[in-house]
Ligand binder design. Structure first.
Ligand code: ADP
Ligand code: MG
Length: 361
């Protein structure tokens, strides 16, 4: 099925305000804020242990401490998870409210941000042993449908990649260099393929096929995957069922699950191609940081959505009452200490939670 990929406008807030899967109204104090920032540490890899790497940063409650300097710095976030936390736990804390909100008509966006090999793909996609946020979200979406007999749902998926500011359709190899357009309902990618999905397995098989398309023309898949953003979008359409519901509005919402390009700085890059990739990545991640920080403020007048393809195509989902969850993945390893610091600063800028300077902690 060929159709337009649309970032739905936020559902209007009515007297029957939306509720979480647990039955809590989303505006209850127990419910999450609209922007949450989470930091997830991965364990040291066996290679890092072999190389004698030390722990440069570690989690202490919801703060993070730098252990290698006399003058320790600590950052605080909404949630911090250490190396033994499972992806299931990260999902429950940082993704479930976004997924259940999306099923109730509230746009949701989850980002994994961090340097290459910090755990973004492990967190978003995972593997058989440790499924990531995408398979867990897809499974929950279908469970919510089962548990909501008074509504009828239609789920569609699309999967795209942004490489050097070019949008490519991963579900359709001929869908290259697609345009982002805007109409009264918001921004959309022109000509992107959207597939109706009938089961979690069906949705996941489309992702697997999309990953194959990323291989085409690439001699080094890992390198390419660290240089592009991928966006998996679940579009949810629902309407009340039964005779009494005639004339009631159909609800549209989107859940965007995003594995960002590696955030490592590109200063050391020597070839022109790598430098160009790096500058596009820096620009789009910088814009993303500015956009999220303005959304956090809630009173921003000018949000620079147009400054990158990534934020432009997410504009409708991010503005309004949408949920945003930024998951920053980091490694504790001392050799990556400065890059970890950059990720923590990015996360901090996205959500201005007060920094505490801790002397000799
Ligand atoms: P990225 O996508 O950020 O480049 P990956 O997700 O591919 O990084 O992670 C790099 C390696 O570290 C992979 O082998 C992955 O399985 C492992 N890894 C990442 N995060 C964790 C974690 N939280 N627990 C265990 N292993 C992890
Ligand atoms: Mg990856």
């Amino acid at each position: 099925m060929e159709s337009r990929h649309r970032n739905a406008s936020p559902a209007p807030a009515g007297k029957d305000s939306p509720r979480t899967a647990a039955g809590l109204p989303l505006d209850a104090p127990e419910a999450k804020e609209s922007v949450t920032v989470t930091v997830r540490f991965r364990p040291l890899s066996s290679r890092e242990v072999r190389l004698g790497e030390e722990i440069a940063w570690y989690a202490d409650g919801d703060t993070i401490v730098r252990s290698e300097q006399n003058h320790n710095i600590a950052y605080a976030y909404d949630q911090v998870f250490g190396p033994t936390t499972t992806t299931r736990h990260v999902y429950d804390a940082a993704a479930l409210h976004v997924v259940s909100g999306a099923m109730e008509g509230i746009n949701g966006t989850i980002f994994a941000y961090g340097v290459t090999s910090s755990g973004k793909t492990h967190t978003m996609h995972g593997d058989q042993r440790s499924p990531g946020i995408i398979p867990l979200a897809v499974k929950d979406a279908f469970s919510i449908i089962q548990e909501t007999p008074n509504r009828e749902f239609l789920l569609r998926v699309s999967y795209l990649e942004i490489y050097n500011e070019v949008v490519n359709d991963l579900l359709n190899p001929s869908g290259q260099n697609l345009r982002i357009r805007e109409d009264l309902q918001g921004t959309f990618v022109e000509g992107i393929k959207e597939e109706v999905v009938l089961s979690p397995a069906h949705a996941l098989s489309l992702i697997a096929a999309g990953e194959e398309h990323r291989h085409v023309g690439s001699t080094n898949f890992n390198l390419l995957s660290s240089r592009s953003h991928t966006i998996f979008t679940l579009t949810i359409e629902s309407s009340p069922c039964g005779e009494s519901s005639e004339g009631e509005a159909v609800t549209f919402s989107q859940l965007n699950l995003i594995d960002l390009a590696g955030s490592e700085s590109s200063r050391a890059e020597t070839t022109g191609v790598r430098r160009k990739e790096g500058s596009y990545i820096n620009k789009s991640l910088l814009t993303l940081g500015t956009v999220i920080s303005k959304l956090t403020d809630g009173k921003a007048t000018h949000v620079p959505f147009r400054d990158s393809k990534l934020t432009r195509l997410l504009q409708s989902s991010l503005s309004g009452h949408g949920h945003v969850s930024l998951i920053c993945t980091v490694t504790p390893a001392s050799s990556n200490s400065e890059e970890t610091h950059n990720t923590l600063k990015f996360a901090h800028r996205a959500k201005h939670i007060e920094i505490q300077a801790l002397q000799n902690k």
